[in-house]
Design a protein around this ligand. Structure first.
Ligand code: SF4
Ligand code: SF4
Length: 402
């Protein structure tokens, strides 16, 4: 509680963060702004405000995009403040069915295997069509998850937890794949291994690694997040690694902020790392005469502070035309489980992004460095009837390898 108050008291109420806050921009309600939320938490911590549904709702409406934190002159650790507040009020049974399910699948290998098998049955037979016709996902309160499912791709089991480089050795990297990547984005994992081993890095992929814990922590479940951190620490600590790379910036920011220093100090976004460590990459790539719209996730920009990496990496592809989204664009609305729990705001923010991405000529690809954002954006495009592939920057690089 002392820490909570000290962090909240650091806010000087200047309001510079307000125009950068997606919920304030859409609501013009001070309670939905960073400054307003901090004032609410301060009043609650000082026992001037009772716990109420309204109070919790204002705090829960925050996406934890940390745009406010990035521009704050008083360096208020806004993300930690909100996580801390949520942990004080955490009640396990309050989590929605969809979120409880996501957390269970994220942190539990047997559940992931069952989910793989279930998805295969659901998506490769007429079951999905029939279920949707009968509104079964809605009946079981799973329609928001159902909407996000990409087309089924058979999981390719990774043969090994170590992949040796095929080039002159530049170093050893650990690859943190994350729970959603393991389940829904196998192509990015394969692409990361392929590019890293091609440019000179030995890749370690410890099997024991698990969910980064972000879903649990942002839900207020600090104990579960700490358990997952412990498992990940054990999985990587004996390996001779120069760096631990993430392919989802949501995981990267969690690991940088919440792991012990000897682990967190090695964490880097894969695009940023490759952009800084390979200057001959262009010679290994085929030209791609196509327009690629670049989405920069909040976790990459505001937490990892590595927003230039994907741009610099993609610029290695000959003939590519990169269309960046306007800087004024705020969060896409994905934000971990936010898109499931706050569908209305998530949709408003997604519409802003899609309108900007499609404002001029439709790009040939849209790239994003975070699996959650990619799924949310892809679902929005599908709902608009637009065929546009959404993929990770490293996947595009791997496809262009000669
Ligand atoms: S910018 Fe920082 S100090 Fe100013 S109101 Fe926002 S959180 Fe408070
Ligand atoms: S984290 Fe994002 S949504 Fe939350 S208050 Fe800050 S800017 Fe607004």
């Amino acid at each position: 509680m002392d820490k909570l108050l000290a962090n909240a008291d650091a806010c000087v109420k200047c309001g510079l963060c307000l125009p950068h806050c997606p919920t304030y921009t859409h609501s013009h309600d001070e309670n939905e702004s960073p400054r307003g939320r901090i004032a609410l938490i301060q009043a609650w911590a000082n026992q001037q405000l009772a716990t109420s549904e309204k109070l919790v709702e204002h705090i829960d409406n925050c996406l934890l995009c940390r745009s406010c934190e990035r521009v704050c002159p008083a360096v208020v650790p806004y993300g930690r403040l909100i996580d801390n507040f949520r942990s004080h009020l955490y009640v396990e049974s309050d989590a929605s069915f969809a979120l409880s399910l996501m957390k269970k699948v994220a942190s539990n290998k047997p559940w992931q295997n069952i989910t793989h098998a279930g998805l295969k049955l659901y998506q490769t037979t007429p079951l999905q069509k029939i279920a949707r016709l009968l509104s079964l996902p809605k009946l079981f309160r799973l329609e928001k998850i159902d909407r996000l499912l990409p087309d089924y791709v058979a999981p390719v089991s990774l043969e090994s937890s170590y992949y040796a480089t095929t080039a002159h050795v530049k170093g050893n990297v650990g690859l943190f794949v994350g729970c959603m990547g393991t389940l829904l984005d196998q192509e990015t994992i394969r692409a990361a291994i392929s590019v890293l081993t091609t440019v000179g890095f030995n890749v370690y992929l410890p099997e024991q690694q698990t969910c980064c814990g972000a879903l649990a922590l942002h839900d207020g479940d600090g104990a579960n997040a700490a358990q997952l951190a412990e498992v990940n620490h054990r999985a990587f600590k004996e390996l001779p690694l120069d760096v631990i790379l993430t392919i989802a910036s949501g995981c990267g920011s969690q690991l940088q902020d919440h792991m012990p220093a000897e682990f967190s100090g090695k964490v880097a976004d894969i695009s940023q790392f490759l952009a800084q460590s390979t200057n001959q990459l262009g010679e290994l790539l085929k030209p791609l005469p196509a327009t690629v719209c670049l989405h920069t996730p909040c976790s990459l920009k505001n937490a990892m502070r590595a927003e230039q990496g994907a741009l610099k990496l993609l610029q290695h592809i000959p003939d590519i035309n990169i269309a960046s989204l306007p800087n004024t664009l705020l969060c896409c609305g994905s934000a971990g489980s936010y898109m499931l729990e706050h569908a209305k705001m998530a949709q408003l923010l997604l519409n802003d992004l899609l309108d900007a991405a499609l404002a001029s000529d439709q790009p040939d690809y849209l790239v994003s460095s975070n699996i959650g954002c990619a799924l949310h954006i892809a679902a929005g495009l599908k709902e608009r009837g637009i065929t546009l592939e959404v993929l990770h920057p490293i996947t595009l690089i791997a496809r262009q390898l000669k």
